[in-house]
Write a protein that binds this ligand. Structure first.
Ligand code: EAX
Length: 326
């Protein structure tokens, strides 16, 4: 009897020991968007890489579709380490660290190659490092993509056509300033915005092509203008508080996997744009492919002199990037 008892006890102890040894550490990662979105593709690739490479030590739990609130709220949760990681659009970062508004500057990058060159280089690194003063560990940049205007009212070729248009913008001072300068009536609103567009609380919005496809904006936005006015990056971040508890090997593994996921997702996003444009036209969107970009540029030419860019650190990096992509 005693032997049986000892045996059962030993088995029980072993069982619990094993559970403890093999229980994966959960990393909570937040994105505001739904599956199939740019943010989710970056997050999904990161999950795949980390779970493989850590041999089950880490498990990534992705919270998506605004289940943790909007992007500003996701950022606050990362700061507090309620969640450990996030992939968040550049826009809403600018209330946390004004240096991030530099990349949201209108018509800054001409193409993807320039974006990669700057963001993967020392100036991008400077932005990532700066985020530490607002309790984020900046890891890498995945992408939303070049943003384009859509609306339900009229075709838009030049800023003259924008006058008075109610355009939804992200929680971002620079995005609001851009649409003010272009003559719109910008309305800050967190993601998602389908209902507001459908009910015509707003006339238009601006986002990369994948958004019009994944969120089915072709159902409710008749007109699209390929304005490409802002290259919209995501910043892939961790909670600095959490980051400091990790050993160097795990930090390196996470850093490397997130960068690789970002590079994978940028390529994936870009490779789909031609098919998306075709699909959106087939769905009935009327697309202005050659807007008067010179007129758009002229309207926003003075934004760099605004208070938004007054902070010397912000001004300096903006001018450096402008010089580098000339
Ligand atoms: O990716 O709020 C926005 O417009 C963002 O681009 C959104 O996260 C969709």
């Amino acid at each position: 009897m005693k032997k049986v008892f000892v045996f059962i006890l030993a088995i029980t102890v072993l069982f619990f020991f094993n559970c403890a040894a093999f229980a994966a550490t959960k990393i909570k990662l937040g994105v505001v968007t739904k599956p199939g979105s740019a943010q989710n593709i970056a997050a999904g690739k990161f999950k795949e890489l980390i779970e493989q490479r850590s041999n089950g030590k880490y498990e990534i739990k992705i919270f998506h579709s605004a289940s943790l609130g909007n992007e500003t709220e996701i950022l606050q949760q990362v700061q507090m380490n309620t969640i450990q990681m996030a992939v968040v659009t550049g826009g809403p970062f600018d209330t946390f660290d004004p240096i991030t508004r530099v990349v949201n500057y209108p018509f800054l990058f001409k193409n993807n190659e320039q974006a990669d060159q700057i963001l993967d280089g020392p100036l991008g690194q400077q932005i990532l490092t700066s985020l530490e003063s607002s309790a984020f560990k900046g890891l890498s940049f995945s992408e939303n993509g070049f943003r384009n205007l859509t609306n339900s009212k009229r075709p838009i070729k030049s800023p003259d056509d924008i006058k008075g248009l109610k355009v939804r913008v992200m929680a971002s001072a620079i995005h609001k300033a851009i649409w003010n300068a272009l003559g719109a009536n910008p309305t800050p609103m967190p993601w998602p915005i389908y209902t507001e567009l459908e009910q015509k609380v707003i006339d238009g919005q601006e986002n990369p092509l994948w958004v019009m496809e994944v969120y089915k904006f072709y159902e409710i936005q008749k007109y699209m203008t390929l304005s490409r006015h802002v290259y919209s990056y995501h910043i892939d971040i961790a909670s600095l508080k959490w980051w400091k508890t990790l050993d160097k090997a795990d930090q390196d593994m996470i850093q490397k996997a997130m960068y690789e996921a970002a590079v994978f997702q940028r390529k994936d996003n870009r490779s789909k744009n031609a098919a998306r444009l075709k699909m959106l036209k087939e769905k009935g969107m009327q697309v202005e492919e050659n807007p008067d970009i010179a007129a758009f540029r002229a309207k926003v030419a003075n934004l760099k002199d605004m208070d938004l860019y007054k902070d010397p650190k912000v001004q300096e990096i903006l001018l450096k990037i402008m010089e580098a992509v000339k």
